[in-house]
Design a protein around this ligand. Structure first.
Ligand code: TYD
Length: 217
């Protein structure tokens, strides 16, 4: 476990588009910062200059005809840069890293969603993550009709163009990962009030952060 290795703690937040993970990530960062931790909040793809440029290509709805293999490698390229430039140094300093999406998104979107071979995606993830794995991953789970409406209310990015059946496969991909790795990957019901969902998420993390009390503030 992270602490025993004398490094920080790596948390990733996952789920279909519009599941509400980013808001809860902010609550967690605020609470841990108030408890005296250094918290580094990141998004994948993104959070370095190179990774943000790759992100812009990946999400631009005017980019047409991108083949699945190209998409996969761009996500992994952005991730490798983020991992070596920011995540690894932060963990070495002992910080808590809270990252919005990581390798599990690639499994859910590029393997379960797009239909690329699972083994190919797992191998690509090993490269993109430079061998790093999260200590805990929260999957915010929500019915796709609800999440997709939320996600596309203010516009549609390239990844959202494929619509609900694609998002449904992605949701199932996340649930499958949670079943495969129940210790690391925890599913949180994303229905309900923000603070209610946050409390559910917090309960799945509390063992990693003894400085947080039992009750959310
Ligand atoms: P983002 O704005 O981060 O999505 P959201 O705000 O909905 O979380 O956009 C990232 C999009 O890229 C999202 O649709 C998920 C997708 N994605 C992949 O397809 N593969 C990946 O490996 C990652 C990290 C994201």
């Amino acid at each position: 476990m992270a602490e025993q290795n004398g490094r920080g703690i790596f948390i990733t937040l996952e789920g279909v588009d519009g599941c509400g993970k980013s808001t809860k990530g902010r609550y967690l960062a605020e609470e841990l910062t108030a408890a005296g931790r250094e918290v580094v909040s990141l998004r994948d793809p993104g959070s370095t200059e190179i990774s943000e440029r790759i992100r812009a290509i990946l999400l631009d709805p005017e980019v047409e005809g991108m083949v699945h293999e190209c998409e996969l490698m761009l996500f992994e390229a952005a991730r490798a840069q983020l991992t070596r430039e920011v995540i690894m140094p932060a963990l070495e300093r002992g910080a808590v890293v809270v990252c919005d999406r990581y390798c599990d998104s690639t499994f859910a979107y590029q393997a379960a969603g797009r239909g690329l071979s699972e083994q190919l995606v797992r191998d690509a993830n090993a490269m993109g993550s430079c061998g790093l794995a999260p200590d805990r991953t929260i999957v915010f789970d929500l019915e796709v009709d609800e999440s997709f409406e939320r996600a596309t209310r203010h516009g549609t990015d390239r990844m959202e163009l494929d619509g609900e059946p694609f998002q449904q496969r992605v949701r199932e991909g996340f649930l499958r990962l949670a079943a495969e790795e129940p210790e690391r990957v925890r599913v949180v019901n994303a229905h309900g009030e923000k603070l209610e969902v946050y409390a559910r998420m917090r309960a799945e993390l509390i063992d990693l952060f003894p400085e947080l009390g039992e009750e959310a503030v």
